[in-house]
Design a protein around this ligand. Structure first.
Ligand code: GDG
Length: 423
């Protein structure tokens, strides 16, 4: 349905929750020419899938392929399992390059994670970002009604509400940023700082992970946007411009804690934990689980562990470090280099310390099944989470929820958003 600004909702129409994110929460692959749909992984999916599963609605996003038409049937079938409908957004390979690999991951991701030296300010990226956000806006206008609540997620889609306005479509909109919002000194380096802030202020509601992110955003708005009026304090603000108002708040993202706690008690998980204990008798397990990313501090963590083994030789033979690295952005050379650096360090440490019957680092470069992941959470005496910067970090919360024996230790970087909640 194409919705214009004059259109009104009928009483019979039900208000739906519509989640919009760069990727749909599924991974599509081909098997003998047929599309196979599997659940996606990652923080955003973990956090949002239970919300839509419980109340129904629609998820709009890129399906991970430019063959959008051919995936429709597979997505319709998958919707019977997910409990909500899936709407694919068609994006060409060129647009994906400029908008996703370019503006989102080469400009916003490094800058917002305090790595300004990694940012690549190609002028063409901003145009691609606007074009892709307009394609999302068009898809939203076609698959929603004015009654629906459109909840847009993350740094790929900061321009969606502005693009809805450009195509003259009114919707109730909210935006949540899963990654940190930088300090004003860093944000001022963004050549499109005015456009990005103005676009964000087109949403009715903006949400950030921590009070610090919210304060940073408000500080940037006051610095960059003329004629703005800001009221409120701490975690909750109202920003007024002559023609519109935006509410701004702090909403730290959580997990379905009961699900994690209950699943940690599953018999399959118990069995897996017992088998791992038998393979690692009398050894304390330290666990790390991270997506491959330079913001997660993986090389730094391995070097710190190496340093600990050197300074405290009594650890040798008594602890083992299991590091799970989940493949991510594998086609990006910077991420391949990060993986190479991690693997070089792992083999250095193992080469330096391994003894018969003991390996200091067990390194897994793959995605785990849910049962395996829960078993590692249960097995580990220590969970070592040391991002250099992280919006929230759900692994730290999941480890705590799965710690049903109450004797686990979480070592958490102060630079993870979750540290603000877990004092
Ligand atoms: C972004 C922000 C913010 C991990 N390994 C496997 C697996 N996982 C799941 C975990 C967890 C999720 O992936 C990772 O979430 P994080 O929050 O730790 O990190 P990002 O993916 O970078 O998420 C982050 C988040 O968005 C939410 O707002 O917290 O700061 O960067 O749920 O359980 N899942 C499976 N196999 C694995 O091997 N199935």
């Amino acid at each position: 349905m194409i919705a214009g600004p004059t259109e009104t909702a009928t009483n019979a129409e039900v208000s739906r929750l519509v989640v919009v994110s760069n990727r749909l929460p599924v991974v599509l692959s081909r098997n003998n020419g047929e599309w196979v749909v599997k659940p996606g992984a990652g923080g955003l999916v973990t956090a949002l899938a239970p919300v839509l599963r419980d109340r129904g609605g629609t998820w709009i996003g890129w399906p991970g392929t430019s063959e959008t038409e051919s995936v429709s049937d597979a997505l319709t079938e998958a919707a019977t399992d997910t409990g909500y409908t899936l709407e694919p957004v068609p994006l060409s390979d060129d647009l994906i390059n400029g908008y996703y690999h370019g503006f989102s991951n080469e400009v916003i991701w490094p800058l917002f994670h305090d790595f300004p030296e990694r940012a690549n300010y190609q002028p063409s990226y901003w145009k691609a970002y606007q074009d892709a956000n307009r394609t999302f806006a068009t898809c939203i206008s076609e698959s929603t009604s004015p009654r629906d609540y459109v909840w847009v997620h993350d740094y790929h889609l900061m321009d969606v509400a502005a693009q809805l306005r450009t195509i003259d479509v009114r919707r109730r909109t909210g935006f949540f940023l899963h990654i940190p919002f930088p300090s004003v000194d860093l944000f001022m380096r963004l050549p499109w700082r005015f456009q990005v802030l103005s676009a964000l202020l087109e949403f009715d509601m903006l949400g950030f992970q921590t009070a610090r992110d919210t304060r940073n955003f408000i500080h940037c708005v006051r610095t960059v946007i003329d004629g703005v009026r800001v009221s409120g304090r701490n975690a909750s603000f109202t920003v007024d411009l002559p023609d519109r108002r935006t509410s701004v708040g702090t909403f730290p993202i959580g997990i379905d804690a009961r699900y994690f706690e209950q699943t940690a008690r599953d018999s399959e998980v118990e069995q897996e934990v017992r088998m791992s204990h038998d393979r690692l008798p009398n050894i304390k397990v330290i666990l790390g689980v991270d997506r491959l990313d330079y913001s997660k501090g993986l090389p730094e963590r391995i070097v710190a562990y190496q340093d600990a083994l050197r300074r405290y030789p009594e650890l040798q033979g008594n602890v083992t470090f299991i590091q799970v690295v989940v493949p991510s952005r594998e086609d990006v050379p910077e991420y391949q280099a990060q993986r190479d650096a991690i693997e070089r360090l792992v083999s250095q440490v193992n080469g330096e310390f391994t003894q018969p019957g003991w390996v200091p680092i067990h390194y897994l470069y793959r995605s785990l099944s849910r049962t395996e992941l829960f078993a590692y959470y249960r097995l580990a005496e220590i969970c070592l989470i040391t991002p250099l910067k992280d919006g929230m970090n759900l692994v730290s919360k999941e480890y705590c929820a799965c710690n049903i024996d109450g004797d686990g230790v979480l070592i958490l970087s102060e630079f993870a958003g979750s540290a603000a909640q877990m004092h």
